[in-house]
Design a binder for this molecule. Structure first.
Ligand code: HEC
Ligand code: HEC
Length: 263
């Protein structure tokens, strides 16, 4: 299968780094009533598969404090440009806020809009050694402490950056139209996503009274974000990840979600 093929070369490096990790995160099989939900969201399986490590790294890239269950920073990130006064506070500490849902930074969707920073993307990191990427998080641009992102979690971001990013241009056109098979995606949506989001995607609303936000709303407004979340899950919540399956399944599901009601 694709996953084992792309992931095998780095397993040795991951093993060594995990063994060297000073701060153990919670490990559990996850079978103790309510604890089980907490373990699913914040824990680490005893024997993490390559696909789980990639999706976990993707969730940390999305929002490390929600993914790890750590208090969110109150300050604005010291590197956040003063020219951007639209965003401030904890969101400026999320990897995606400076580097984008499309991993292209200033060359992608965040070249304009609320999250414009002018910073480069991270897509050129594909194929790099995860341990080299771990070091970047302590440099002057980043300044993450061990309390913010423990080493074990950094390793998973490293693996994600090395092997887990997709080229969004292959799957999503510039105008946001998804280059996938919505009919095939319907099967995934109805059998997997609908368990929580309902058949029309409106069972969970993360908007407000004036502006509802459903799967259909988000898929139209920001397909780059939704593809990232379908592949990796949604940090801090019990949402599935399609990481164990070929990316086509995620892309097709995304194409179908663009046909769902937006309000
Ligand atoms: C406040 C903005 C900001 C945030 C948040 C941020 N970065 Fe960066 N990152 C930068 C800047 C600035 C650079 C240097 C590139 C540039 O100047 O455009 C950079 C570069 C990188 C590079 C490339 C380094 C190289 O050698 O090319 C990687 C990898 C990276 N960041 C990963 C991450 C990860 C992972 C996170 C989240 C844990 C993160 N960044 C969060 C600002 C940020
Ligand atoms: C086990 C339940 C569950 C399943 C299955 C599930 N989700 Fe979710 N999803 C959630 C929860 C919970 C949230 C968080 C909602 C919130 O922020 O209040 C969420 C959030 C989302 C978001 C929005 C995130 C945001 O805030 O921007 C999208 C988009 C999404 N899900 C799409 C999907 C798709 C597509 C599938 C199928 C591949 C899926 N979900 C499967 C539970 C689920």
């Amino acid at each position: 299968m694709t996953i084992s093929r792309i992931s095998r070369p780095s397993i040795g490096a991951i093993g060594i780094l995990l063994a060297a990790s000073a701060i153990p995160l919670q490990h559990a099989w996850g079978n103790d009533d309510e604890e089980y939900h907490v373990d699913y969201i914040y824990g680490v399986p005893f024997e993490p598969s390559a696909a789980w490590q990639l999706s976990s790294g993707g969730r940390i890239y999305d929002n490390w404090f929600n993914a790890l269950g750590i208090d969110e920073p109150e300050s604005t990130h010291p590197t956040w440009p003063s020219t951007n006064t639209t965003e401030s506070g904890s969101t400026t500490w999320r990897c995606k806020s400076c580097h984008g849902w499309d991993y292209k930074g200033a060359d992608g969707q965040y070249g304009s809009g609320d999250y414009k920073t002018g910073f480069a993307g991270v897509s050129h990191m594909t194929g790099r050694t995860p341990s080299d990427l771990v070091k970047i998080l302590s440099d002057a641009n980043h300044q993450y402490s061990d309390e913010m992102i423990p080493n074990e979690a950094r390793v998973r971001i490293g693996v994600f950056l090395s092997e887990g990013m997709h080229d969004t241009d292959v799957h999503i056109a510039d105008d946001g139209k998804v280059l996938g098979d919505a009919e095939a995606g319907k099967a995934v949506f109805q059998n997997v996503c609908a368990a929580c989001h309902g058949f029309d995607g409106r069972a969970i609303d993360w908007g407000d009274d004036d502006e509802p936000a459903f799967v259909g709303t988000e898929a139209k407004a920001n397909p780059w974000e939704v593809l990232h979340k379908i592949r990796n899950g949604h940090p801090g919540h019990e949402m599935v990840s399609l990481r164990a399956f070929p990316i086509e399944d995620a892309v097709n599901t995304l194409a179908y979600t663009q046909t769902l009601p937006e309000e």
